[in-house]
Write a protein that binds this ligand. Structure first.
Ligand code: SF4
Ligand code: SF4
Length: 133
């Protein structure tokens, strides 16, 4: 028998794959006020561990806890705030976990993440240059 999944926020990239495959909608990965929040509603979890099988970074593992005993509603929710990435130009927060930037940069290509305002600024500069031609 499998226990409840255990989440390691140090390895989590906030990709939401666990949330997408969860058949009971137990996991949510949300953006709240510029922070990426990973939430597990233990009361809904059926311990199928599809989330563990589909996590790309090994941030989820099969735990040894089987029973759901809690003396308050809050204890049924495991909530982890992930470190949020910052724009390489202005240092504002962007709605991605900082782990996903390092993960993708090490696996695929180097990513220079920019916030919406800086990206828009770049587009406006290009438009200005085109107008000057
Ligand atoms: S890295 Fe794993 S635990 Fe984190 S959101 Fe993606 S699938 Fe879920
Ligand atoms: S063990 Fe199954 S039910 Fe529980 S969070 Fe993972 S995918 Fe959802």
């Amino acid at each position: 028998m499998r226990g409840y999944p255990v989440h390691d926020p140090e390895k989590c990239i906030g990709c939401g794959a666990c949330s997408n495959v969860c058949p009971t909608d137990s996991i949510k990965v949300e953006e709240r006020e510029g922070k990426i929040i990973w939430i597990h509603n233990v009361a809904r979890c059926i311990r199928c561990c599809y989330c563990v099988d589909n996590c790309p970074t090994g941030a989820l593992s099969v735990g040894g806890e089987y029973s759901m005993i809690a003396n308050s509603l809050n204890k049924l929710f495991i909530v982890h705030e992930l470190d949020t990435a910052r724009c390489v130009s202005c240092s504002r927060y962007v709605p991605y976990s900082s782990n996903i930037v390092s993960h993708l940069s090490s696996k695929v290509l180097k990513i220079d993440l920019k916030c919406e305002r800086c990206r828009l600024g770049n587009v406006l500069k290009v438009i200005e240059k085109v107008r000057e031609l």
